[in-house]
Design a binder for this molecule. Structure first.
Ligand SMILES: [Zn+2]
Length: 228
């Protein structure tokens, strides 16, 4: 019989152990994790947890895992995550792509909440396509330009582009930079921005006709400090 040496992490701070427990739990998308699962996916071992916190269950308790019997990730949070993954890929994400580091959550919480992965995606697309009043003002806002000119621009929309509107513009533009044609689909790590064509500071409104997709490089190269 061979003696199997277990790595002994005597000096790991409690917070590190706890945060790794939570990380594994989230990675697996489960309410609870077993000792075996932790040994397979964790940075440390279940034995180390037991030694540090008394028992394995006490370690779970300390991480708040035993208490979380239901998924309380909000729809907003789940949709925001789909959106981020979708933008990074520049296309519809696949079931198997829902894992870290690309996605914050696994596909599990989506299946749990919506019944299936496809239903979750459908809900998300419905949400994106639904009309939003996010960018409308109740009152007109006056923006004062350079002091000497005392020129006042009246806006009908807010400067800020809502997440939903941004995503719609990215979809419309096929996740491709309108200036140079780069896209995360063809090239990894291309970061896409949505920006005003006529700058908001010059009277441009936050409406689809005045918004376009640009890669980070082209967008920053524009050199209009007021163009947000
Ligand atoms: Zn570009």
């Amino acid at each position: 019989m061979k003696y199997k040496l277990e790595p002994y992490h005597r000096n790991v701070p409690d917070e590190d152990l706890i945060s790794d427990l939570i990380e594994v739990k989230e990675k697996l998308g489960k309410d609870k994790i077993t000792r075996e699962e932790y040994n397979n996916f964790g940075k440390y071992s279940a034995g180390t947890m037991g030694r540090k916190f008394g028992t394995w269950n006490k370690a779970l308790q300390k991480a708040g895992i035993e208490l979380s019997n239901k998924w309380d990730i909000s729809e907003e949070e789940l949709f925001k995550n789909i959106e981020e993954v979708w933008i990074k890929l520049g296309r519809q994400p696949r079931y198997s792509e829902f894992k870290q580091p690309l996605s914050k959550y696994s596909s599990k919480p989506y299946e749990r909440k919506y019944g299936s992965w496809l239903k979750a995606l459908q809900k998300f697309v419905d949400f994106i396509n639904s009309e939003s009043e996010d960018n409308e003002f109740d009152d007109l806002v006056e923006v004062q330009q350079e002091e000497n000119l005392k020129e006042v621009i009246k806006h009908k929309t807010k400067r800020n582009i809502s997440d939903r509107l941004r995503f719609r513009i990215l979809m419309r533009d096929g996740f491709t930079c309108k200036s140079c044609g780069r896209s995360p689909v063809k090239e990894r790590g291309v970061e896409l921005h949505v920006d005003h064509i006529l700058p908001w500071s010059k009277g441009g409104e936050t409406v689809p006709e005045n918004l376009e997709t640009k890669c980070k490089k082209c967008n920053l190269g524009k050199g209009n400090a007021f163009n947000v």
